[in-house]
Design a protein around this ligand. Sequence first.
Ligand code: GRF
Length: 211
Amino acid sequence: MKRYVILISGRGSNMESLLDAGLPGECAAVISNRPDAAGLESAAARGVATVAIDHRGFASREDFDAALAAEIDRRAPDLVLLAGFMRILGDDFVRRFEGRLLNIHPSLLPLFPGVKTHAQALAAGVRVHGCTVHFVTPALDGGPIIAQAAVPVQAGDDAATLAARVLAEEHRLYPRVARWFLDGRLQLLDGRACLLHEPAATGALHVPAAD
Ligand code: GRF
């Protein structure tokens, strides 16, 4: 059976959606860089091994990355899922796991990389926002896109209401992509995400809706 590891920093709702999806693989560990991450408790409650590696205990980013990589390697995972993991990972780390390292980002990349994506979207005045699952490469939030989900920006939205609408789609999208990978349908080939037997998307989202 394939094995996967999930990295978190906080609440862990995406992690929960992955753990609850009945993926064709075993979660070998949930690892947090913050010992107080609420998600560690919900992972443990689901019977998953949890590990905290406090990044504040390391002299440099490289030292932290090396400790994290060693902890992951010990589990020999086929797939590593960043799920609200809020540390920038160095190039060595990313290269070590390239091709089996995925991230979910709360915007329609390449729009709005970085943090505060919902506030960025509102400030830009876009009418469609969403989330992206991508392979992780050394470029921050810049790796090959695998899948995206779009939601409308509603009149009267603030960052919190918009974030909630996007998060509901994150919870659908990420387990779907993880399943593709664990089923052997998804790989990184020549810098592009390749999905076998890709289901065609149909329809269009109009915002505002047509009368
Ligand atoms: C999610 O919106 C994720 O896309 C972003 O940070 C948030 C983490 O939420 N990177 P959670 O910890 O998964 O609940």
